[in-house]
Design a protein around this ligand. Structure first.
Ligand SMILES: NC(=O)c1ccc[n+]([C@@H]2O[C@H](COP(=O)([O-])OP(=O)(O)OC[C@H]3O[C@@H](n4cnc5c(N)ncnc54)[C@H](O)[C@@H]3O)[C@@H](O)[C@H]2O)c1
Length: 371
């Protein structure tokens, strides 16, 4: 199988690393920046092109779209027109109307539509998903979910003012992260039915758009909640999550290697290490492999990797995700990731958040889904 990766930035490089291992000899790169194309293709030992038509001339069977969110659309359309399987980073497509049109036509084409949502492969997310579904805390009543990451730290090797993440129109200013996290929240708790949002610009960072995002949520199930994201927070460790259920509470801080469950009926706490996640075995197998791939890259640049006991690495999530996409494209298994229907719900909630922030009103997500 030949796979053409579009965009050799931070995610494109991860995809190239994993694909070069999973389908050695069949990986190509299209990257419009000459300097980056030369550097990245050399680093991964793949053929690199700055001209799309020349790259397509090598007859790829699948496209992996790792461009800024606002530029996914032409490549997803191109893949469908040419009958190629396509994997596109989060968000699969940034606009609800376009996504709906593509979702309506894709079943007739029998192509794999690889909607990326890497975090589903993260064991604590799987653990929380399964706890909710197994009724460990009874009906979920309230969720509080927050995270923040200082934008200039995202890509330490480049000026944050020079890549998409500082510009709302390109899918930055936190838009990408809103979609990324909403997808996980809906995976856990079902569809968000109403949102009331406030998007603010409070820092002096040079961002064309908001740097802080606060959303009150209501879910179709009756659960209510609050979601906060920002790109200004320095030094905090990742996500904080509290899910309050009728009989107990699920609590997780990303700096903890375990999820805490409080069982109210028995007044008992349970600390569930990530190894309790149903997919822990595959996560560890992929972690070992991902650690080797990262070490090989380091060795290639002259740093000798030291031996260490295998431990979980988030890089395994990318490896598992793209390997599921490849299996689906090869016809070996159905695509195990997020579906286009899930993604329609994510993008509808996202667009409702934007509209709610503009109008200052609570909005029903359903009204967008019915359009
Ligand atoms: N799965 C995850 O956990 C995760 C994490 C971060 C980012 N993402 C997603 O990955 C995508 C890319 O993010 P990134 O951090 O790699 O960005 P990036 O800026 O590092 O890389 C984007 C690359 O695309 C190239 N590019 C720009 N415009 C292009 C165009 N029109 N055609 C082809 N190439 C073009 C750029 O030159 C750059 O090399 C985004 O959609 C983002 O939301 C996903």
């Amino acid at each position: 199988m030949n796979v053409l990766v579009i965009g050799g930035g931070s995610m494109g490089r991860r995809r190239l690393r994993d694909l070069s291992y999973l389908c050695a000899g069949g990986v190509l790169l299209f990257e419009p920046s000459e300097e980056r194309c030369a550097e990245v293709s050399k680093s991964f030992g793949v053929a690199g092109f700055t001209d799309l038509q020349t790259a397509l001339g090598h007859q790829p069977d699948a496209l992996v779209v790792s461009t800024p969110p606002a530029f996914h659309e032409p490549y997803v359309r191109l893949a469908i027109e040419r009958g190629l399987h396509v994997f596109s980073e989060v968000p699969f497509l940034l606009e609800y109307g376009v996504l709906k049109e593509i979702a309506e036509q894709s079943p007739t084409k029998k192509l794999v539509m690889g909607v990326s949502h890497t975090i589903r492969y993260y064991p604590p997310y799987r653990l929380i998903h399964d706890l909710i579904n197994e009724n460990a805390i009874g009906k979920a009543l309230y969720v509080e979910y927050s995270l923040g990451n200082y934008l200039p730290d995202w890509h330490p090797y480049e000026d944050y003012r020079k890549f998409y993440a500082n510009d709302q129109k390109l899918g930055g200013a936190g838009m990408d992260m809103l979609l990324h996290e909403i997808s996980a929240i809906q995976w856990w708790l079902g569809n968000i039915s109403h949102v009331q949002a406030r998007l603010s610009k409070v820092s002096t960072l040079e961002i064309a758009g908001p740097d802080t995002h606060d959303v009150l949520m209501r879910f179709a199930s009756g659960t209510v909640g609050f979601f906060h994201h920002d790109v200004i927070e320095r030094g905090t460790i990742g996500r904080h999550v509290r899910i309050v259920g009728e009989y107990g509470t699920i609590e997780w801080h990303q700096n903890q290697p375990a999820v805490r469950v409080y069982h109210g009926k028995e007044a008992r706490e349970e600390i569930l290490g990530y190894e309790k996640a149903a997919d822990w075995g595959s996560a560890m197998e992929a972690s070992r492999r991902a650690a080797e791939l990262v070490a090989q890259k380091r060795a290639g640049s002259g740093v000798i990797p030291t031996a260490s006991a295998p431990s979980f690495t988030y890089e395994s999530c990318y490896l598992r995700e793209i390997s599921h996409f490849l299996s689906a494209a090869r016809g070996e298994a159905a695509y195990a990731g997020c579906t286009l229907v899930d993604e329609l719900n994510n993008v509808a909630a996202f667009e409702s958040i934007l509209e709610s922030a503009e109008t200052g009103r609570e909005l029903a997500v359903q009204s967008r889904l019915n359009v």
